[in-house]
Design a protein around this ligand. Structure first.
Ligand SMILES: Nc1nc2c(ncn2[C@@H]2O[C@H](COP(=O)(O)OP(=O)(O)OP(=O)(O)O)[C@@H](O)[C@H]2O)c(=O)[nH]1
Ligand SMILES: [Mg+2]
Length: 462
């Protein structure tokens, strides 16, 4: 079903957010647009998609962070919450009171899956030890009674109906009286399919509901409907009091977004979903679990954890040392170890004062391999060398190269980059005054590009 695609495109948008070094208004707007696109692609009605996306943006921008929660995590939970809210917030039970006769009235357009759904719910109740029964109040569709009877025989649930009857209201009343007498706990009433523009049919539905006074009216919606689902649901909600929704046919190529729109139109919760033609192809609907699976929350949580593990704030001393040029290979090594947990070189820069923007796109992969080599080389160095790399002359270069399985040129490359970086730090310090502990936000990468020997093709503005 396409709702899964909805899930994966939102998941991708969330992963982009989680992996970002900084979360600013631009990134939140990007997330909002991705969310909007994903909802529209899943056939969610435009107004509803806009409402969800706008609300996510507003909350992400305005809400204060709960203590100890990273902004990324907070925004992920906002997206999750909003989607759950659209779907009805919590798992809802059928309105059934044990020990009394409960009536459930099923309504919906032609072919939406009502009759199948009546049998599915009856089967579901039967398996849970209740005593269901089914009434065919469809006087419109040829063979309606036979269809329900066949299903009833299969699931061992009694069926009331009269293929010759013409009055659906009377038929429903008779059926309810019959099963109430027999002390069946739940009476499920199947009705004729109707179109939202067929006034007489909608009135008939309204009249059945008025006479029977069911404990719950269940709107059966075809999950493959798409955008029309909203208007359908609204017309039904206007004609009668919809208590819950069952979305059917979510097994095939259903986009499912229509169902989300239908929920918004009736304000009624989805209680079950149909996922196939057989009576057992039926699931209880739990919005939190559903959205969690849809968004692949397990994956996102794991990613959030890895980001947290890598988010080791540089302390004041480290920043001072950094800014006064006392940056050693040891510091570089420690930073790289942190990066290893994250697997992204761009993240290194977010630890360094002033480089909140990360590396230009495309550079990360190339550099990551170099970084691994650099780490091997550093492991072959002595403590003195790590503390003061300027003592590394040619014989030491040779030893380090052999010890790390790298070439001498590569060792020299590491040293060159290190010294350039240290020089750049000194220059930055001059540029930003003497308050070394303050983190400057330079907002561009020019200085870094000069300092890090970035290949021309990756440089900005070249
Ligand atoms: N794939 C799939 N097919 C379904 C599902 N639910 C119902 N169907 C099929 O949809 C078709 C219509 O189902 P019905 O239960 O007869 O629909 P209805 O709303 O009672 O139809 P009318 O009484 O004519 O208005 C049948 O072929 C069912 O097998 C479902 O969850 N998945
Ligand atoms: Mg039917």
């Amino acid at each position: 079903m396409v709702l899964r695609n909805l899930g994966s495109s939102i998941t991708n948008a969330l992963k982009k957010l989680v992996g970002a070094t900084t979360v600013d208004a631009d990134l939140i707007r990007e997330l909002k647009n991705d969310l909007l696109k994903a909802l529209l692609a899943a056939d969610v009605k435009l107004e509803i998609a806009i409402k969800v996306a706008d609300y996510v943006e507003e909350r992400a921008l305005k809400e204060e962070l709960p203590p100890g929660i990273p902004r990324q995590k907070h925004i992920v939970s906002i997206v999750h919450d909003q989607l759950v809210k659209v779907m009805g917030a919590q798992e809802e039970k059928l309105n059934i009171t044990p020990g009394k006769t409960n009536t459930l009235l099923f309504v919906g357009i032609q072919g939406s899956g009502k009759t199948t759904c009546v049998a599915k719910v009856a089967n579901w109740l039967n398996k849970r030890g209740m005593k269901p029964s089914m009434v065919c109040a469809d006087t419109d569709r040829p063979g309606a009674y036979e269809q329900l009877k066949q299903l009833g025989d299969k699931i061992h649930v009694p069926v009331y109906g009269d293929p010759e009857a013409k009055n659906a209201i009377k038929l429903a009343q008779k059926g309810v009286a019959e099963f109430a007498k027999k002390k069946r706990e739940v009476i499920l009433i199947d009705t004729a399919g109707r179109h939202r523009k067929e006034r007489a049919m909608l009135k008939e539905m309204h009249d059945i509901a008025k006479k029977i006074e069911p404990d719950e009216i269940i709107l059966v919606i075809d999950g493959t409907l798409g955008q029309q689902a909203y208007e359908q649901a609204r017309a039904f909600a206007a004609a009668t009091d919809i208590g819950s929704i069952v979305v059917t046919k979510l097994d095939g190529s259903a986009k499912g977004g229509g169902a989300l729109s239908a929920c918004a139109a009736t304000k009624a919760p989805i209680k079950f979903i149909g996922v196939g033609e057989k009576v057992d192809d039926f699931e209880k609907f739990d919005p939190t679990g559903f959205v969690g699976r849809l968004l692949n929350m397990g994956d996102i949580e794991a990613l959030l954890e890895s980001v947290k593990a890598a988010q080791i704030e540089p302390d004041e001393e480290a920043i001072k040392a950094f800014m006064t040029g006392k940056f050693t290979l040891r510091d570089m090594y420690a930073q790289m170890e942190n990066i290893g947990k994250m697997g992204s070189i761009g993240k290194l820069l977010s630890f360094l004062p002033g480089f909140s923007q990360g590396l230009p796109e495309g550079l990360e992969d190339t550099s990551e391999e170099n970084m691994k080599k650099f780490m091997c080389m550093m492991e072959s160095m002595t403590a003195d060398e790590l503390n003061e790399p300027s003592i590394i002359k040619s014989s030491r270069v040779d030893r380090i190269a052999k010890g790390s399985g790298c070439t001498q040129a590569e060792v020299k490359q590491l040293l060159k980059q290190f010294f350039q970086m240290r020089k750049m730090m000194k220059q930055m310090k001059k540029g930003f005054g003497r308050r070394g502990a303050k983190i400057p936000n330079i907002g561009n990468l020019n200085a870094l590009q000069k300092g890090m020997d970035i290949p021309k093709k990756y440089r900005r503005g070249k």
